[in-house]
Design a protein around this ligand. Structure first.
Ligand code: AFP
Length: 345
């Protein structure tokens, strides 16, 4: 099964499941076509006049690199031939209204993790496909549960496209010689329990107590409440973290913290957290703010940020327990500090 089936074949079968499925399949195919071109740009770097140098800031104040802009333009060109009612991008201040008769809307992060380009690390494209509401001004204010499809592409050692159309998660890998994506893994399942956590530990002093308590539990390992040891990773690229979790489990946290501008964390709800959350849940994992299910949320503004805790269900639920029960945080922290004095509070 794997290896023979191409993304095109998979989308052909899916497109026959209903009229809107045809539009969704066409949009995914267009994003895959764009991804093949973007993979070439990221692989060629400065020799393709795509060095990853900073060219300015996007509408939300993030550093914008030339490849961010190039990737956005490639995806827009590939989608431009299709009936899409509205398109939103991290690189655009406002959504772009397209074909008002179309049945779908698309939200994209054209190049996530672009601060990693100049150090030759994995970056990616994230996409979310939504139904087109009658009032298109509400297109990107829908709950995450309304998504019709979502996925991401990793531009790393492999160019892999991770996809859900609401019936499990499949992974397709680019066959560069044939310029097509082939099915590599079908109906991926995330292990229920994690042995690896991912967080930018340099921000520890800014975290809320529940996040500190959870990470202290992980650090305490066999000696602490978790009763097992953990490994740690932090790549600085959401798509790479998500791909690792889909491959071997784990938990990722980008929480809100006390730094100015990070009161709701760093990741955007519409084109980062929603699509990644859809993938996580479809693969048997979970995605939360620490208090609420990500997919239950609807954005009040396009570039709204949201805290994100995702991955193996057991650890995501533990983070939620700690957020909902301050006495639990106190009980966890006290013995850890008393016995080992891990960190100054
Ligand atoms: P860039 O696209 O600006 O590189 O940001 C990537 C990202 O949004 C996400 O992919 C990473 O998980 C996270 O930021 C890393 O954030 P820190 O640099 O604060 O660790």
């Amino acid at each position: 099964m794997t290896g023979q089936l191409t993304l095109e074949g998979h989308l052909q079968r899916y497109s026959e499941t209903g009229p809107r499925a045809l539009a969704v399949a066409a949009a995914i195919d267009a994003i895959a076509t764009a991804a093949i071109e973007i993979a070439g740009l990221t692989a060629t770097g400065q020799f393709a006049d795509a060095s990853g140098l900073t060219t300015g800031r996007n509408s939300d104040g993030d550093l914008q690199r030339d490849l961010d802009v190039r990737a956005d333009a490639v995806i827009r060109r590939c989608l431009g031939r299709l009936p899409v009612a509205a398109l939103a991008s991290e690189e655009m201040r406002e959504p772009e209204i397209g074909d008002r008769e179309a049945t779908i809307c698309v939200a994209i992060d054209p190049l996530d993790g672009s601060s990693n380009i100049d150090i030759n690390m994995t970056v990616g494209t994230i996409f979310s496909i939504l139904p087109a509401p009658d009032d298109l001004s509400l297109a990107f204010h829908q709950r995450g549960t309304t998504q019709l499809a979502a996925g991401f592409v990793t531009y790393g050692p492999q160019t892999a496209l991770v996809l859900t159309v609401g019936d499990g998660v499949d992974v397709f890998v680019l066959d560069r010689s044939a310029a097509c994506f082939r099915l590599a893994r079908c109906r991926v399942q995330i292990p229920e329990t994690a042995d690896e956590f991912a967080i930018n530990a340099s921000n520890r002093r800014h975290w809320d107590p529940p996040v500190r308590a959870f990470i202290d539990e992980c650090l305490a390992g066999l000696d602490g409440p978790a009763n097992r040891d953990f490994n740690m990773r932090w790549i600085g690229s959401l798509v790479a973290e998500a791909y690792r979790i889909l491959t071997r489990g784990g938990v990722f946290l980008y929480p809100s913290d006390a730094r100015p501008g990070y009161g709701d964390g760093r990741l955007r709800l519409t084109y980062e957290a929603h699509p990644i959350a859809f993938i996580m849940e479809q693969a048997g994992g979970a995605a939360s703010t620490g208090r609420e299910r990500i997919l239950d949320l609807a954005a009040y503004s396009l570039h709204q940020r949201v805290p994100l805790v995702m991955g193996s269900r057991h650890e995501v639920r533990r983070v939620e327990e700690l957020h909902c029960d301050p006495t639990l945080v106190a009980s966890v922290s006290a013995p850890l500090f008393a016995r080992r004095g891990f960190f100054r509070v």
